[in-house]
Ligand binder design. Sequence first.
Ligand SMILES: [Zn+2]
Length: 300
Amino acid sequence: MRVEVVFLGTSSTIPTAERNHSAIYLRYGADRMLFDCGEGTQRQMTIAKLSAMKLKYIFITHMDGDHFLGLPGILQTCSMREREAPLEIFGPKGIKKHVKLAIDLSPFNLSFDVNIHESDDRIIVENEQYLIKTFPVIHREHSVGYAFIEKDIININEEKLKRIGIKPGPLYRKIKEGKEIEWQGKKISPEDYIIRKKGIKIVYSGDTAYCERVIKESENADILIHEATFAQDIKQRAIETKHSTARDAGLVARQANVKQLVLTHFSSRYKNEELHKLLNDAKKEFDNVILAKDFMRIEI
Ligand SMILES: [Zn+2]
């Protein structure tokens, strides 16, 4: 397993007995992060046996309460437990003001630093293993989606190199870095002597109407997590509120050629059995689709 995803909340504006507000937990190696942090997220994490103390990043898609109101509670609990590691919080333009308000709700100074980063459209995290991008979507004035993109894993094809007489050493490193080398008067192209494992891509739409930018960002993704607030029979309601229907989400998944579509952020009007209507709507466009539910885990 390289990536673990846990759905902590899958309801839209109003939570239900079975579904909490939006929050998606993602773990990659030692890095743990949340995408959105709706009210009640910390209790959902406790039930799922996940620790807010270990979170490195929190990414907020927009400032509506169902995506944001869990933050003050998480900050206060981490402070009571004397967290020391800084927490990085990312969100669209305007997030700084909202996070500062969330911090000010605490009667005490936090025991750790919170670094707030505002951005609507750029790479916001990058390290040797992965990068995370934010991109604008169509909902509130500042609303974003996020793409988690693992970098390709490159291993040396030792057997093939040994066959031409190159032994482990500095040349291996150069080949791994993608640099052309010279060996016995011949140019060696690195691509011929590496084994490339394609990186994993997971994209989260946040709240949005049908959006071409989501299609572009989720091209060939392993998983597209897309909101599907409404069924197709009330498309008009989706247009008015700048949300997607399940069929819109299916269309995006098909146009982006993703491997799997996971629908989330359902209107509370749909009880469990009624959600099949949304699944069927999406299937008219894209076959490999599932409905998220609270505490559902996906491992890749
Ligand atoms: Zn929402």
